[in-house]
Design a protein around this ligand. Sequence first.
Ligand code: SAM
Ligand code: SF4
Length: 486
Amino acid sequence: MYNEIDLDKIDITLGPPAKEPARQYYFIARCREWVRDFEQRNGRVPNSCVTTFGCQMNARDSEKLEGVLKQAGFAAEPDERKADFVIFNTCTVRENANQRLYGRLGQLGRSRKRNPDMKIALCGCMMQEAGVLEKLKKSYSFVSLVFGTHNIYKFPELLSACLDSDRMVIDVWEDTDQIVEDIPSERKFSFKSGVNIMTGCNNFCIYCIVPYVRGRERSRRPEDILREIKSLAADGVVEVMLLGQNVNSYGKTLEDPITFAQLLTEIERIDGLERIRFMTSHPKDLSDELIQVMGSSQKICRHLHLPVQSGSTRILERMNRRYTKEQYLELTEKIRRAVPDISLTTDIIVGFPGETEEDFQETLDIVRRVRYDTVFTFQYSKRSGTPAAVMDGQVAPEVVKDRFDRLLSEVQSISAEVCSVHTGSVQEVLVESVNDHDPSLLTGRMSNNLLVHFPGDASLIGKLYSVRLKECRGFYYLGEGGQIIS
Ligand code: SAM
Ligand code: SF4
């Protein structure tokens, strides 16, 4: 793996190589030189802060940014106001995300007055949107570096250019067909890791900005994914989360197509790996083959996130989701037959243009019938740049709010019942951390994704541990240990 490359052996007096990822390692070595100079001038190493907005994909991208900064020699600083290099990895799924980012940037601009050498960088989905770059140039000219979602692998090269320049460095691409492997990353947890298996999205749900800012769907080659997971497992990772906007269509665009179910079967064989999770699954692409693999797997976790978005077939059609309420319900029944103890979670948007009270009742009905463990509820956001933003029938904010509140109360009472069914049983948890509020407790995650807090000491972190579930407190359990499973 390039993670083990000896950066000191790279001769930076020679020009950068053309080939990737060697080219990026050359630029990491150049950034190291900059860090050494900084240290000599200031008597300390420079520090950096990576702030992540949005989804798990962005969280995984941020681990790559952190990996590069660490290899370049920056120390991590959690407080962005005190950092020498700050990078915001942005999200743009909801309309107000951009306003919040500008607000945060304005505050940081004021902190920068105390440290004028502070470099501020922006990357991620928002940078891919029309008009954003112009606004940054006009009103936030103190920003040092801007790049998008398609060239994140070039971060070392862009960082080096930004450290050596006083001008705003900008590199935003429309799209790409390139996937560069082996850029270093800094895992947040030693025992679990996200693994990107694909990027982009081809579905164009008409409320969603993702296909416009993340580009077309591209799958990583299975051999690269397997090599990465084997090396993670050898490094102590016991759980992986396979990431993609629609993992069920994995492999379709590869030269030698393979299905997601086939990829999972290969991953299952990796020694040392104990748990496999994945997200997100689009219902229209969830195959019988995948359900069968989930049913027979020893490692795939008993949890499926299956966004429904609405319970009304009429609204689903308007959203371009390409399944009906009945098809979705049949699918959940089929999954439950194959994997009876599976926990289902979902995303629902309330107040999509044209949604009537009748449509909303269909959504309440699907929630009552599927009985989800958890529902992520969203008020429809009129995301500019998406076709839905100019659709007729935008629902009045007070109506959206009222439906949202009714949905939330239904969801909460059902999930309290559904989640509590495990009370008294002994479950395997992966111990993740010391509890935030009570240091005598540990927090672990069950296969079905529910959290359990139980007494124990930090030496258990990263271990699979059996815990008896004493009491359900809505969305989590209090438990008692237990013994180490592995
Ligand atoms: N690819 C995933 C899928 O198909 O479910 C999820 C991607 S999206 C970033 C995550 C969730 O954000 C979606 O499932 C949807 O519920 C919500 N979302 C996307 N656009 C939205 C909008 N304009 N307003 C409200 N919620 C939105
Ligand atoms: Fe957005 Fe639909 Fe693609 Fe998910 S599948 S990212 S909701 S367009």
